[in-house]
Design a protein around this ligand. Structure first.
Ligand SMILES: [Zn+2]
Length: 92
């Protein structure tokens, strides 16, 4: 039985073959929680859910959505916010 911190399915298990012929389990670090929209709290889509060390190996388009507020707001909330901003600025 693995130690308590490793008894979770959030950690990926990697089976490693040892030189003596046995196999052991190596545990990768936990997968982080998905990034969420700051307004509606929906999980953001369009980029990988990886650890920071693995994210740094990806290219720029796989790290965030190339839209303003791409990594922090979902598309619907951004659309609503922009419409609201135009309405407020045009009414005054
Ligand atoms: Zn949202």
């Amino acid at each position: 039985m693995p130690r308590p911190a490793l008894r979770t399915r959030s950690r990926k298990r990697v089976y490693k073959a040892l030189p003596g012929g046995k196999t052991t389990i190596h545990y990768k670090s936990e997968i982080p929680a998905p990034a969420k929209c700051r307004i509606c709290n929906k999980p953001l889509s369009g980029f990988s859910r990886l650890n920071p060390s693995e994210i740094s190996k990806l290219n720029k388009s796989r790290r965030r959505v190339s839209r303003i507020y791409g990594g922090s707001l979902c598309s619907e909330c951004l659309k609503k916010g922009l419409k609201e901003a135009v309405r407020v600025s045009s009414s005054s």
